[in-house]
Design a protein around this ligand. Structure first.
Ligand SMILES: [Zn+2]
Length: 350
């Protein structure tokens, strides 16, 4: 758990429940101490303060630059193994028992790394005995700003690596780079291979990009989608199609995405559309996105959702939605949902 957050976080009813997290970037989980350790492996000395100053952003582009900086220290499969171990420890400390972890395969390709060797190292740690209570699967992610040819290479790798627990293909990065249509072949390939589809959209971009991610790329879940707050017709369209919006409130504040969406120099948590989405009946999940880079963790996100006025039963329903929206086979999903409901019952929450 992120000790920095423990002190200023109010506990919620969700804390003790077994949880799922489905929008979480492996590379965004590198805490400052781990960044220092990674740099040391590659003979670079980093100071804690200088890492912390990197972990602050003026805008979305600043965040992308830091993400790039952190990944520059991920040079070998062993480096990926180390950050996976730290992430597994953090997740279990928060009673997260199921995680769909996004891995930036697009960045690995950019650095001419062997994606399969990295995923194997990640898989081995996730499967190791200390973490047997946590099931971890992967979403391979292309970076939009690297273009459609690179995205197709990631989709091809994702298809091949299903044997290692890759369940979905997605796209993140600079949402404003290149028309959505360019990426259709990559997503078509992934779907053809039997992979599930996710896409970041409506984070800093317009509502139209959310519509395109669904209608052109076949996204089943939208990363963020906060732009939907501007377009009631789109909200209804998404609701009919049972598309999930993966909300990550702290992320939207740290990257300036929410401020950009509402056209103000600064945004506060109270500006976040999560409660309005729920009121409208949209399907929403709650996640951390890049917990280390945004100085948060999943318990903190639920605490923030509570401070937005969500009731205990809304928090519990939100936590169950992460399982309901997970890319699990129906029987396995039922198993997780049943265990979750049993925990809710034994905690006296129903
Ligand atoms: Zn994300």
């Amino acid at each position: 758990m992120n000790a920095a957050n423990e002190s200023n976080r109010k506990p919620t009813v969700v804390d003790a429940l077994p949880k799922a997290e489905t929008h979480l970037h492996l590379e965004g989980s590198v805490r400052p101490d781990t960044a220092i350790e990674l740099a040391k492996r590659h003979e670079i000395t980093l100071k804690h303060e200088s890492v912390l100053s990197r972990y602050k952003y003026k805008d979305f582009n600043g965040f992308i630059q830091t993400f790039k900086w952190v990944t520059s220290y991920l040079q070998t499969p062993d480096d990926y193994a180390l950050i996976t171990q730290k992430l597994c420890e953090e997740l279990l400390a928060q009673n997260v028992v199921y995680a769909e972890v996004t891995v930036s395969a697009g960045v690995m390709l950019r650095k001419s790394q062997n994606i399969e060797a990295n995923i194997q190292a990640i898989r081995a740690v996730a499967d190791s005995v200390p973490f047997s209570r946590l099931k971890m699967v992967f979403i391979l992610d292309a970076a939009r700003q690297f273009g459609h040819e690179e995205a197709l290479k990631v989709a091809l790798a994702a298809g091949r690596l299903q044997k290692l627990g890759v369940v979905a293909f997605g796209m993140g990065g600079d949402e404003l780079a290149f028309p959505t249509e360019h990426f259709r072949p990559a997503f078509d390939h992934a779907r053809h291979e039997g992979l599930r589809i996710v896409c970041h959209a409506g984070e800093i971009g317009a509502p139209q990009l959310v519509r395109e991610a669904v209608s052109i790329l076949g996204a089943e879940r939208i990363g963020h989608g906060i732009a939907v707050m501007h377009d009631p017709a789109l909200a209804e369209w998404l609701q009919t199609r049972r598309i999930i919006l993966e909300n990550c409130p702290t992320s939207n504040l740290c990257t300036g995405a929410l401020a950009k969406q509402i056209g103000k120099p600064e945004a506060t948590l109270q500006d976040h559309p999560l409660p309005a989405f729920l009121k409208r009946g949209l399907l929403v999940t709650l996640s951390t996105d890049d917990p280390a880079l945004f100085h948060t963790d999943l318990l903190t996100e639920y605490s923030k959702a509570a401070s937005l006025g969500l009731t205990n039963s809304q928090l519990v329903a939100l936590a169950e939605q992460s399982y309901q929206s997970a890319f699990l086979a129906p029987e396995e999903k039922q198993k997780y949902v049943s265990a979750f409901r049993a925990a809710v019952k034994s905690a006296g929450l129903v």
